[in-house]
Write a protein that binds this ligand. Structure first.
Ligand SMILES: [Zn+2]
Length: 96
C-alpha cells in the first residue's frame, strides 16, 4: 500500500480537490486505471488538481501523473514482491 510521505500512514487513495470540481477520492482500480469517485470521467478533470492525504489531510505536492504513479508504483512493488515470493516458494518445492 502506498505510504504518505508526510505522516507515513498507509493510504489506498488520495483526496483530490480542484477549483472547478467537487472534492473526492482518487485511486487506482483493480485493473490499474486511475479512478475518480465522482463521475469517473477523468477527461473532465482539469489539470489544476490538488491531492491530499486522507489520513493527515496534508496537501501533497503531486500533479495528476505523480499522484497516479504514487498509487500505482506501490502496487507494482507489492506485485513484484508477491511474484518473487512465489518464485522462491516454487524453487524450494522443486529442490525437494
Ligand atoms: Zn498523510
Amino acid at each position: 500500500m502506498p505510504i504518505c510521505p508526510k505522516c507515513k500512514e498507509n493510504v489506498e487513495f488520495l483526496n483530490y480537490s480542484s477549483n472547478n470540481y467537487d472534492n473526492g477520492e482518487f485511486s487506482i482500480d483493480k485493473n490499474g486505471f486511475k479512478k475518480y469517485d465522482k463521475d469517473g470521467n477523468s477527461d473532465l478533470i482539469e489539470p489544476d488538481l490538488f491531492f491530499g492525504c486522507p489520513e493527515c489531510n496534508e496537501e501533497l505536492d503531486f500533479d495528476e501523473q505523480q499522484a497516479e504513479e504514487f498509487l500505482r508504483e506501490k502496487d507494482e512493488l507489492q506485485e513484484i514482491v508477491a511474484e518473487k515470493l512465489k518464485q522462491i516458494k516454487e524453487k524450494n518445492v522443486s529442490n525437494l
